[in-house]
Design a protein. Sequence first.
Length: 234
Amino acid sequence: MNEQLKDLYTSKWEEISNMLQSFNEEDPEDYENMATHPLLIKADEEYEYADLKVMFFGKETNSWYGAFEEGIDIDSVISFYDEFYLKKGYERYGKPFWNFIRKLKSTQSNKKIGYIWNNVLKIGKSESGSPQQGLINYTIESFNVIPQEIEILKPNILLFLSGHDYEKHIKKSVGNFTKVPIEGFDPNKLCLLKFDDINVDLAIRTYHPGYFQRFRELRIEITDKINELIENQN
């Protein structure tokens, strides 16, 4: 899996590196909006040998090791992911997103479930928040790798923790889909996505966990339903 991922990233690296460097040179004083390093993902054995594989998506990274560095190599960028996610560097963060993931991964199950982290937008900006539209466009044009990542990693379930306002980005970065309502839930809050060309058993889209901070009962209701959907997946 990981060798295939690295081959994928290597095939795109020269183009995306040149693009990110050029983007950052357009306004070197605007550090906040500079492009950061791409999110290059990696699987561990827990995921590889799981009974059920879940790929969960956030929106974008916040300052993924600062502005993109000219000449940085793929192995160094993959190591960011290894240290932060696989070696649980995220445990130092009390942000709602990672609190949600900790709770999700700690839920008792009869299956061996493997989780892998991804983002709808693979390249963020050097500080928090959504990247500029120009950077989003460059990313889609030059580094639209999520469909290939899914093909390599073969998750059974995609879980989008990005909110309904990121559906336009999901369509461009993952693929076209039809929304399927879940009984008892407003589709803006929780729904299924039926992709045209992505082969997965189940795709779920709900709010970003930061939104849930204001609505405790809704958070519990949706979290319980997501756990039920995952547990009932064969």
